[in-house]
Design a protein around this ligand. Structure first.
Ligand code: HEM
Ligand SMILES: [Cu+2]
Length: 664
C-alpha cells in the first residue's frame, strides 16, 4: 500500500531538481500568503462579488491584464534560464530534457498566455468605451471567456509541478508529441490547457465582432470608427476563422494519443506533415491576431501626440483588412524545406511578401501623421516611435526569410529566432506597452510615473538590441535553434554572451516597470478628469476616469471621425454643436439596463479544469465529474431568468455628480 502511494506520488509530483523545488516552495508560500491576506483583511466577499463574478468589461479587462503581466514574468524567467544555459559552451546548467521543456513553455506562455490576454484586456477595457457602448454584446459570455482562459492557463501551468511540462516545442510537432515521442502527461497538459483557453478565445473573437458591428453609438458609421476598434475587428475576425482550425488540430492529436488513432503517425498510415499544415494554418494568422491590435494602438497614440488626424484613414483600414486576409495564405512559409516543390514554395513566398506592402503603407502613414504635427513625447509616444525602426528591421528580415531558396539556409536557425522576437517584442510587446501606458489613467484614474517609465523604456530597448542583433549573426554562423549545448570550437560563445547580457537588461527593465507601478500607486495623484492626456480624440476620453460601471450616462451621438476632439475644437472656436449632439447631451437621464453579476462562468470553467485534469491523467471518474458539472452549470444558466436590473436615475445622477467633483 505504502509502496503504491509512493510510486504514484513520484509520478504525480515533479521532484528532484533544485530549480523546481524552489518554484514549488515559492508557489506554496505565495498561496498561503494570499489566503492569509484575504482572510486577515476580510476580503473574500469583496473579491467574489466585485471581481470574480463580475460581468463588467472593464473589470474583466483588468483581470486579463494582471494575468498577462504575471505570465510575462513566468515566460521571462524561462527566457533568462535559457539564455544562461546558452551563454557558455558545454555548460551543465539545464540538461537537454529540461531545456526542451523550458523553450516549449516559454513559447506557449508568451504567445497564448501573455500576448493574447494582454490583447483581450485592452479590447475589453477600451473598445466599448471607444464605441460609445455600455458593454460588450454578450457580457456573460465575456466573463465565461475570461475564466476559460484562466482555467486553461492554470491547467498548462500546473504541469510545471505536477506530472511534468510538455517538451515538444510550442507547436508540438508529431512524432515528438505522439505517445511514442512523449509518453508522459506533459503533452496532455499542453493539449487540454490550450484547448480550454482556446474556447474562451474563440468566444471573445465572436463577442467583439458582434459588439463592433452592433453596438456603436448612433452616428458612428464604420468609416468613422477609431483605429483601435478597427484593429480589434480585424483581429477578432481572424480569430473566428483561425481558432476552429486549432481546436480541430489539437483534437486530432488528442485522438492519436488517447485512442491510438493515426492521423499523424506514419506507421499507421498518417502523415505528420498534415499536422504541420494544419497547425500553421492557425499559427500564422495567430501572429497577425496579436500584432494587428498593436497597429491600432500605434495609430491612436500617434494621432493623439501629433495633435493630428491619422494620415490615410481609409488606407489604414484597408491595410488592416488585407493583412488579416492574406495571413491565411502564407502558412507554408514555415516549411519551405518540406519538399513540396518549386511552384508551391513560390506561391507561399509571394503571398508572404505581399503582406509587406500594406504593412509598409501603415508605417508611412504613421510617419506622415507625425510630419508637421505638434509632437510631444510622453511614454506611450516613446514606445510608438521606438517601435517603428524595430518593426521595420524585423519586417525586412521577414522578407529575407520568405525568399524560399534562401530559407533553406535560414530555416530553424538563430536568424529566425532573432526575426520573430523582433516582430513579437518590437511589435506586439512594445505596442501593448504603449497601449497600457496610454490607457492606464483611463483604467485606474492615475498616471504612471513618467521618469521610471522612461528608465524602463530605455532599458527594454537597449536590452532588446543587445540581445537579438547578435542572434542574426549567430544564425548565419550556423547556430540552430532548440539546442541546449554547443562546442567550444564553434566560435559562438562571444556573441552568445552578449545576447545573454541583453536578456538580463530586459529583465531589469521589467523590474523597473514593477517598481514604476508600485511607486505610482504609493504616491498616487488622482486624475479623474477623463481626458487625462489633454489630447484625447476618441469617445473613451469624454467620460470620467475610471469610467462608471455603466460607461455613458447618456449615449453620445457621433458626427465626426475623432468625435471628442472635434467637439473640443468646436467649443474652443465658440461654435455650437450640431443639433443631434445637443439633443443627445441634454436628453433627460433614463434608467440604465445592466446585466447582473454571475458566479456561473467561474464555476463552469472550474468544471472544465476538472475535466481537463481528468483527461490528462485518464481518470474516467474525474472526466465525468467535470463534464457533468459543465452541463449542470449550463442548465443553471439557461433557467436563470433573473439576470438583469436597472440603474435608477437618482443613482446615475449621484455617480455623475461625484465624478464631476473628482474632476475638479
Ligand atoms: C523578453 C525577452 C525574451 C528572451 C530573452 C527570449 C529568449 C528566447 C530563447 C532563448 C528561446 C529559445 C531559442 C531556442 O533555443 O530554440 C526563445 C524561443 C521562443 N520565444 Fe522567446 N524570448 C523573449 C521574449 C519572447 C516573447 C515576448 C515572445 C512572444 C510574444 C516569445 C516567443 C518565443 C517563441 C514562440 C519561441 C519558440 C519556442 C519553440 O522553439 O518552441 N519570446 N525565446
Ligand atoms: Cu508565418
Amino acid at each position: 500500500m505504502l509502496e503504491t502511494i509512493k510510486e504514484f506520488a513520484s509520478e504525480f509530483f515533479v521532484t528532484g531538481d533544485p530549480l523546481i523545488l524552489g518554484a514549488q516552495v515559492s508557489i506554496g508560500l505565495a498561496m498561503v500568503a494570499i489566503v492569509f491576506i484575504l482572510t486577515f483583511f476580510k476580503k473574500w466577499r469583496w473579491l467574489w462579488t466585485e471581481w470574480l463574478t463580475t460581468v463588467d468589461h472593464k473589470k474583466i479587462g483588468i483581470m486579463y491584464i494582471i494575468c498577462a503581466i504575471l505570465m510575462l514574468f513566468r515566460g521571462g524567467v524561462d527566457a533568462l534560464l535559457m539564455r544562461v544555459q546558452l551563454a557558455a559552451p558545454e555548460l551543465e546548467f539545464l540538461n537537454a530534457e529540461h531545456y526542451n521543456a523550458i523553450f516549449t513553455t516559454h513559447g506557449v506562455i508568451m504567445i497564448l498566455f501573455m500576448a493574447m490576454p494582454l490583447m483581450f484586456g485592452l479590447f475589453n477595457i477600451i473598445v466599448p468605451l471607444q464605441l460609445g457602448a455600455r458593454d460588450v454584446a454578450f457580457p456573460f459570455l465575456n466573463s465565461f471567456s475570461f475564466w476559460m482562459f484562466f482555467a486553461g492557463a492554470m491547467l498548462f501551468n500546473v504541469s510545471f509541478v505536477i506530472g511534468g511540462s510538455p517538451d515538444a516545442g510550442w507547436l508540438s510537432y508529431p512524432p515528438l508529441s505522439e505517445i511514442s515521442g512523449s509518453p508522459g502527461v506533459g503533452q496532455d497538459f499542453y493539449i487540454w490547457g490550450i484547448q480550454i483557453s482556446g474556447m474562451g478565445s474563440l468566444a471573445t473573437g465572436i463577442n467583439f465582432v458582434v459588439t463592433i458591428l452592433k453596438m456603436r453609438a448612433p452616428g458612428m458609421k464604420l468609416m468613422k470608427m477609431p483605429m483601435f476598434s478597427w484593429s480589434t475587428l480585424a483581429s477578432s475576425i481572424t480569430i473566428m476563422f483561425a481558432f476552429p482550425i486549432l481546436t480541430v488540430t489539437l483534437f486530432l492529436l488528442f485522438l492519436d494519443r488517447y485512442l491510438g488513432a493515426h492521423f499523424f503517425t506514419v506507421d499507421g498510415g498518417g502523415n505528420p506533415m498534415m499536422y504541420l499544415n494544419l497547425i500553421w494554418m492557425w499559427g500564422h494568422p495567430e501572429v497577425y491576431i496579436v500584432v494587428l491590435p498593436a497597429f491600432g494602438i500605434f495609430s491612436e497614440v500617434v494621432a493623439a501626440f501629433s495633435k493630428k488626424r491619422i494620415f490615410g484613414y481609409k488606407s489604414m483600414v484597408f491595410a488592416l483588412m488585407s493583412i488579416s486576409f492574406f495571413s491565411f495564405f502564407t502558412w507554408a512559409h514555415h516549411f519551405f524545406t518540406m519538399g513540396s516543390g518549386a511552384n508551391v514554395n513560390a506561391f507561399f513566398a509571394v503571398t508572404t511578401m505581399i503582406i509587406a506592402i500594406p504593412t509598409g503603407v501603415k508605417v508611412f502613414n504613421w510617419l506622415f501623421t507625425m510630419y508637421r504635427g505638434k509632437l510631444s513625447f510622453p511614454t506611450p509616444m516613446m514606445w510608438t516611435v521606438a517601435f517603428i525602426p524595430c518593426f521595420v528591421i524585423g519586417g525586412m528580415t521577414g522578407v529575407l526569410l520568405s525568399v524560399a531558396p534562401a530559407d533553406f539556409q535560414f530555416h530553424n536557425s538563430y536568424f529566425l529566432i532573432a526575426h520573430f522576437h523582433q516582430v513579437l517584442i518590437g511589435g506586439v510587446v512594445f505596442g501593448y506597452f504603449a497601449g497600457l501606458y496610454y490607457w492606464w489613467p483611463k483604467m485606474f484614474g492615475f498616471k504612471l510615473h513618467e521618469g521610471l517609465g522612461k528608465w524602463a523604456f530605455w532599458l527594454w530597448n537597449i536590452g532588446f538590441y543587445v540581445c537579438f542583433m547578435p542572434q542574426y549573426a549567430l544564425g548565419l554562423m550556423g547556430m540552430t535553434r532548440r539546442f541546449n549545448e554547443y562546442n567550444f570550437d564553434m566560435g559562438w560563445q562571444p556573441l552568445n554572451v552578449v545576447s545573454t547580457v541583453g536578456g538580463f537588461i530586459m529583465g531589469l527593465a521589467f523590474l523597473f516597470q514593477v517598481w514604476q507601478i508600485a511607486h505610482s500607486i504609493r504616491f498616487l495623484k488622482k486624475d479623474t478628469s477623463g481626458d487625462n492626456w489633454g489630447q484625447g480624440r476618441t469617445l473613451e476620453w469624454s467620460i470620467p476616469s475610471p469610467a462608471p460601471f455603466y460607461n455613458f450616462a447618456r449615449i453620445p451621438h457621433v458626427v465626426d471621425q475623432d468625435d471628442w476632439w472635434e467637439k473640443k475644437e468646436r467649443h474652443a472656436r465658440g461654435e455650437a454643436d450640431p443639433a443631434e449632439v445637443i439633443a443627445a447631451d441634454t436628453a433627460p437621464l433614463e434608467p440604465i439596463h445592466m446585466p447582473k453579476n454571475s458566479g456561473i462562468p467561474i464555476i463552469m470553467s472550474g468544471f472544465w479544469f476538472v475535466a481537463g485534469f481528468g483527461f490528462v491523467w485518464d481518470w474516467k471518474w474525474m472526466i465525468i465529474l467535470g463534464l457533468v458539472g459543465v452541463v449542470v452549470t449550463m442548465l443553471a444558466r439557461s433557467f436563470n431568468y433573473d439576470d438583469d436590473y436597472y440603474v435608477s436615475v437618482e443613482e446615475i445622477e449621484r455617480i455623475e455628480a461625484a465624478a464631476l467633483k473628482g474632476a475638479k
